[in-house]
Design a protein around this ligand. Structure first.
Ligand code: HEM
Length: 471
């Protein structure tokens, strides 16, 4: 809603290049630059520069970083119909196609209505045993005192879980193909972030990286198409996402095309494991740095589980584990930035700022979660921030690791359960120590991942060893 009579305060922002706008600064240190922007007010204007103005044929093209939760709510919830996701760069468009992540309007509503029940309620809790057993299998291979690449371990684990949800069977050698395709995809996307030229170059322009991407991606697509084809031939019933998609009919009774099914499966495959794996990796990293927190967690797990694997009935009692998980998602939100939204018409935000039609709105969980106005001493790892009382007293929309509104994460309930169960299963049996000499920094690409592989030494928690007592 706009009101011409309400004066809008002028928006400020850090100085940027006339030609290249905010991009050199964003490229140099994306996360640091975002936090730096907090000093310029609730809404920070970042001009995109003359080159982008020319490319977009738009005068004064700018990004607007939202620092205030009331404005965040306005864009994501109250006035969400007035905003759309910005067009996606070629690599992402090739990966996700017309899956639920990138569609808009009625198509998007229909896709969400179809998929939401699968990722909620009993349907989610039914996967408890699958998650704990897969985790137990993984740590069964860990030898006391050896070193593991924890990001890799978590990625293969969460991949094996989502694969079962989608296709109702275990992964085999496919897992390597998928991880290879994702690694190449991430490198290409990083290149797009780092170079304006790369983000405007069509995918068919041949470079070594693009060729590798096209090859590995074709292999991954072929696997998905093969699974669709085999299932169409199958005679017995399945209860997985593929079965749901194959049974779907549009308003005229027509089934989904293979391409539509492929796009949904690809979206869930990628959105549904990389994020959770990153969140867990950061959780292990943080726990390795804070011994007292790790010991309190071990104590709770010992009290609640003893030597058992967690069941769904244990979940409400794993209170501290949940606080650790939530605080880890605050400090290292895998979705460090939401997809940029574009204002479809001029709009006035609750803070008073007036956004022009076509404004690119940038909402970053990383930035909101590290703002000292909402989280004092924001860089400190402190699970107490998620005690019941602290959570009750916090302003809504300051903590949004899963987004908000009509595009809130479809897999949120599943990810919460999966994260908690994996954390509890592993931490009740192993302590993870960071191998010394590594400098781990967050790298914002499609997800917020560590800049190097995180090597950790796994130490079995000896059942004979007394569990730490917490005062
Ligand atoms: C810790 C793990 C996860 C985090 C932090 C996370 C975060 C998010 C966020 C922030 C969004 C909204 C993006 C935006 O508004 O621009 C989103 C969307 C989405 N997520 Fe997740 N996610 C996680 C796990 C999962 C899992 C396990 C699945 C699937 C099983 C999933 C499926 C999706 C889908 C399909 C969307 C698109 C929803 C839509 O546009 O309607 N996510 N996720």
């Amino acid at each position: 809603m706009t009101d011409q009579t309400v004066p809008s305060p002028p928006l400020s922002g850090p100085p940027v290049s006339r030609w290249w706008g905010c991009f050199p600064e964003l490229r140099r240190d994306t996360l640091g630059f975002l936090v730096h922007c907090q000093a310029y007010g609730d809404v920070v204007k970042l001009p995109m520069g003359l080159v982008v103005n020319l490319l977009l044929r738009q005068r004064d093209a700018a990004m607007y970083v939202l620092n205030h939760p009331t404005d965040v709510k306005h864009v994501l919830v109250t006035n969400q119909d007035k905003y759309r996701k910005a067009p996606v760069p070629p690599v992402e468009s090739r990966i996700f196609g017309q899956g639920v992540l990138h569609t808009e309007g009625e198509t998007h509503h229909r896709q969400r209505r179809l998929l939401l029940p699968f990722f909620h309620g009993n349907h989610v809790t039914a996967y408890t045993d699958l998650i704990t057993c897969k985790t137990y299998d993984l740590i069964g291979h860990w030898q006391d005192g050896t070193t593991v690449d924890i990001e890799r371990e978590m990625a293969y684990l969460t991949l094996s879980v989502i694969w079962r949800l989608l296709f109702g069977r275990d992964t085999g050698p496919e897992a390597n193909t998928i991880r290879e395709a994702i690694a190449v995809g991430q490198s290409l996307i990083k290149l797009q972030y780092d170079s304006l030229l790369a983000s405007f170059t069509p995918l068919w322009v041949p470079t070594t990286l693009r060729r590798r991407f096209n090859n590995s991606f074709r292999a991954m697509e072929a696997m998905i198409h093969r699974s669709i084809h085999e299932r169409r031939m199958a005679t017995h019933q399945h209860d997985d996402v593929l079965a749901l998609l194959l049974a779907t009919r549009d308003t005229e009774g027509r089934p989904l095309k293979d391409e539509e099914i492929r796009d949904e499966l690809m979206t869930f495959l990628l959105a549904g494991h990389e994020t959770t794996a990153n969140a867990l990796t950061w959780t292990w990293f943080l726990l390795s740095q804070f011994r007292s927190i790790r010991e309190r967690l071990t104590h709770e797990l010992h009290e609640v589980l003893g030597d058992r694997l967690p069941t769904i009935a244990d979940v409400p009692r794993l209170r501290y584990a949940k606080m650790v998980w939530e605080e880890s998602l605050r400090l290292y939100p895998p979705a460090w930035s939401l997809h940029t939204r574009v204002a479809q018409a001029e709009d006035q935000l609750p803070s008073g700022a007036r956004l022009p039609s076509g404004a690119w709105v940038f909402i970053s969980p990383w930035n909101l979660h590290r703002n000292p106005r909402w989280f004092p001493d924001p860089n400190r790892f402190d699970p107490e921030r998620f005690s019941e009382e602290a959570t009750r007293n916090r302003l809504p929309f300051t903590y949004i690791p899963f987004g908000a509104g009509g595009r809130r994460c479809l897999g949120e309930s599943f990810a919460e359960l999966e994260g908690l169960l994996i954390l509890a299963t592993v931490a009740s049996r192993f302590r993870l120590h960071l191998v010394e000499g590594q400098t781990i920094q967050p790298e914002p690409v499609m997800t917020l991942r560590p800049n190097v592989s995180v090597k950790m030494i796994v130490q079995r928690i000896d059942s004979q060893e007394p569990h730490p007592v917490v005062a």
